[in-house]
Design a protein around this ligand. Structure first.
Ligand SMILES: *Cc1c(COP(=O)(O)O)cnc(C)c1O
Length: 377
């Protein structure tokens, strides 16, 4: 959302070119909202959503832990002040030498979803704690992650038995219900499956400790979303239903929900044109597109709120596209986007809720365009 601090930064600094401005006060508020809504749950911020050093340092100082996917992200979290016991290596696809490096840094919590990955962890991080990720269908998520990560529950049992047999600590179950998950019930199905795995393994002498509830908490784009407190309530009920009074330790890994609404992209209109004299839609080309940080407009999945200084004027549906010479670089066409008729080349536009998955998705120099600049204030 546009905050007073972001507005005044833009007015006084007048940064050139497309850029993201992140307001740390909003990140702090989001962190406190998660902490207050889920006081018994540890928060592992998903670093990939926005790894700006200022964000990581703020969250580290507030007591957050970190979910990382590479040695580089582990180093970023360590540099931000997190101790190794506050860092998980949550990627299920790791090079064995990266597991070794992480273990040497003191990281002791690893995600797996296959026997093959367990074997790597057992060799490279002997005795470490592992949790097994289970598949979810991603239904209800605007940015689903299904299929690539996780295994079916029956296989998770085998994976964790294998981990125990190889000297690892079979620690828990994780899942990710899909990013920007607007169906709060999505956690219930996965928690029921997790509890079944806990029971099956208990019969085999393994007492799991932890359920990792993943990310998926939404941020507000064009449409309203339920509050974190509503998610917390639904999850708590589902936990009690699935586990009774033997509640496991829980963690969450919010990415989008932690930083999404904290950032605004400032961009500029480069061209407004039509494809024929009787074309009923104008094409509005911006100096930012899919390769400049707005990759999540792929399949028009994420619909960002766009503001201009002319929003009181009459509006007309437009096609919105980026500046590169790639035909995939169209943001909204199937569902056209209303913009003011008076919009003019050179106008600034403000794309809200861009704090998550923008800088990390920007390409380095496609067509010579620099990666998305970022200011954290
Ligand atoms: C990306 C990711 C997250 C963050 O997901 P959001 O939907 O942005 O909250 C959490 N956990 C894992 C393992 C991830 O890969």
């Amino acid at each position: 959302m546009m905050t007073d601090r972001i507005r005044s930064f833009l007015e006084t600094r007048r940064p050139e070119g497309p850029c993201l401005i992140v307001d740390l006060d909003v990140v702090r508020d989001n962190y406190m909202t998660f902490r207050n809504a889920m006081p018994d749950t540890r928060i592992f911020y998903a670093v990939k959503a926005n790894p700006a050093p200022e964000i990581l340092a703020l969250l580290a100082s507030l007591g957050s832990s970190f979910d990382t996917a590479s040695v580089q992200e582990i180093e970023m979290a360590l540099n931000a002040g997190a101790s190794p016991d506050r860092i998980s290596f949550g990627n299920t696809i790791k090079k064995e030498r990266d597991i070794e490096k992480a273990f040497a840094y003191g990281i002791d919590l690893f995600a797996v979803d296959s026997v093959e990955e367990v074997q790597k962890v057992a060799r490279a991080a002997p005795g470490a704690r592992v949790f097994c990720r289970i598949l979810t269908d991603g239904e209800g998520a605007e940015w689903p992650l299904s299929r690539k990560f996780g295994c079916v529950p029956a296989m998770a049992v085998d994976v964790l038995l294998h981990a125990r047999d190889l000297g690892l600590k079979a620690y828990g179950i994780s899942f990710h219900v899909g990013s920007q998950q607007t169906r709060m019930g999505a956690w219930r199905t996965a928690l029921t499956e997790a509890a079944d795995i806990f029971r099956t393994l208990a019969e085999q002498g393994i007492q799991l400790s932890m359920v990792n509830l993943g990310g998926g908490f939404p941020t507000r784009y064009v449409k309203d979303v339920p509050a974190v407190e509503a998610y917390a309530g639904t999850i708590r009920t589902a936990l009690l239903e699935a586990f009774g009074n033997r509640l496991p330790e829980t963690i969450i890994e919010p990415g989008r929900g932690m930083v999404g609404n904290a950032g605004v992209v400032k961009a500029e209109v480069v061209l407004i044109s039509r494809k024929s004299e009787d074309d009923d839609k104008r094409w509005v080309f911006l100096d930012i597109g899919k390769f400049g940080g707005l990759a999540e407009t792929m399949d028009e999945s994420i619909r960002y709120p766009i503001r201009t200084a002319r929003d009181g004027d009459a509006m007309e549906d437009c096609v919105i596209a980026g500046p590169t010479c790639d035909s995939a670089d169209v943001l909204y066409e199937k569902t056209p986007y209303p913009l003011p008729l008076s919009l003019t080349v050179g106008d600034e536009i403000f794309i809200e809720s861009c704090g998550a998955y923008t800088t990390t998705y920007a390409s380095v120099a496609f067509n010579g365009f620099p990666p998305l600049a970022s200011y954290v204030i």
